[in-house]
Design a protein around this ligand. Structure first.
Ligand SMILES: *Cc1c(COP(=O)(O)O)cnc(C)c1O
Length: 397
């Protein structure tokens, strides 16, 4: 049954003001609908907010990750250490180049990649032979298997544990790519999310902290990488190329001016948007505190600020999550499994031979994770409705 029309609370909603709507409309009065002043303003806002030397706007987070993969020189048969507990595009970005995933399981508390296992995997891969073999997929991993990069993901808005990841990357000469698509504004110790790698990527799909409809941005301090990424997003044109000169094999990953105008306007309200989301998360924490049947999100001591992207609880293993989702839907409340482990997606099983049991923490979190309705626009009453409905389902009277 499709409950979509009967939900009393939306799963997520973008927070957009009249001024922001007007900023989009104003683009129509100009002659540049792509690659104009709004892109420059949007990129400048990111340089200012993050302190990064370069910001390169693109038309999705996935496109941004793909450009990082290209800039890192990751090629067919190269290995990338990453996590299967993520949205699928963090892996897809390097599969487009036929690189090989070396998955490391998640930390059971935060759901972020386990840095101790990353270190072990890097050590073993560089040793080669049977030590390396145990980290590689069962099939589809033929080739030289040169380890090139670590790709970390800031799960649900909480930064990965970067100090040890950075140390491993430096020790083995690897690039560190931060998929910070869920963590704009989060802080790890004293550093902004996205700033701890060689490259960081943010995304602006409508459920993200700020939105441009579709869109993404890459930040980096690396001049050479920034030059390559700017060229690749624009059909491989390097500075000096005319519209029909293409020095490199590139893509059309350009962000349009409407999206950039919305993004630049939203960036002016970032702090407000983050605070509203944080307030909603605190309501959830409060109203779920005494519900032992679900675990609320865990915040690590290395996280100085969570940038709440989604609110995901873990349902106790005694419950069948599918039934919980159905019961919530019957009462008008949408909810979703989150994440679905990447290694068990049909195309991954087919290509690399992954099986259930390969990454037990990821699979456990994948089975029990339940994303509840979440946005900065939710009212306390709505949060109470969700929490009391969930309680009624889990603890029938
Ligand atoms: C949203 C997101 C992306 C990028 O998604 P797009 O839809 O391509 O903008 C990448 N990784 C993670 C973890 C995400 O949540």
């Amino acid at each position: 049954m499709d409950y979509n029309n009967s939900f009393i609370i939306p799963m997520s909603s973008p927070d957009i003001t009249d001024l922001e709507r007007q900023a989009v409309m104003d683009v129509l009065q100009t002659t540049s609908l792509s690659m104009g002043a709004r892109i420059l303003a949007f990129e400048a806002a990111f340089r200012e907010f993050t302190g990064a030397k370069h910001a390169i706007a693109v038309n999705s987070g996935t496109a941004g990750l793909h450009l990082c993969v290209r800039a890192a020189g990751i090629q067919a048969g190269d290995c990338v250490i990453t996590t299967p507990f993520s949205f699928v595009s963090s892996t897809n970005a390097f599969l487009y180049e036929n690189a090989i995933p070396v998955y490391v399981d998640a930390d059971p508390q935060t759901g972020n990649i386990d840095p101790k296992m990353v270190e072990q995997a890097a050590q073993d891969l560089l040793k080669g032979g049977s030590s390396a073999q145990r980290w590689l997929p069962r099939k589809g991993a033929e080739g030289k298997g040169i380890l090139k990069a670590i790709l970390s993901v800031d799960v649900f808005g909480q930064p990965a544990d970067f100090d040890p990841l950075r140390a491993s990357a430096d020790r083995y000469g690897l690039k560190l790519i931060n998929d910070s698509c869920e963590s704009l504004g989060a802080v790890y110790k004293n550093t902004q999310a996205g700033r701890l790698g060689d490259y960081g990527v943010f995304a602006f799909y409508p459920n993200k902290q700020i939105t441009t409809g579709e869109g993404g941005i890459i930040i980096t301090d690396d001049d050479q990488a920034a030059r390559i990424m700017r060229a690749l997003r624009n059909q491989g044109r390097v500075p000096g190329d005319t519209w029909l000169d293409h020095s490199l094999l590139g893509y059309n990953y350009r962000l349009d001016e409407f999206s950039a105008a919305l993004g630049a306007a939203q960036m002016l309200r970032l702090e407000e948007l983050l605070q509203k989301r944080s307030r909603v998360a605190e309501w959830y924490n409060r109203y779920l505190a005494e519900v032992n049947e679900v675990e609320v999100p865990y915040v690590s001591s290395t996280t100085s600020r969570v940038s709440w992207f989604v609110y995901v609880v873990r349902v106790s293993p005694h419950f069948d999550r599918t039934n919980v989702i159905r019961s919530l839907a019957e009462r008008g409340i949408p909810s979703r499994p989150y994440f679905s482990p990447i290694h068990l997606q049909p195309f991954m099983v087919e290509r690399f031979g992954f099986r259930e049991g390969d990454y037990p923490v990821t699979e456990d979190l994948g089975k029990r994770g339940l994303a509840l309705p979440f946005s900065g626009l939710m009212t306390e009453e709505q949060v109470i409705t969700v929490c009391s409905t969930l309680k009624d389902i889990l603890i029938p009277r």
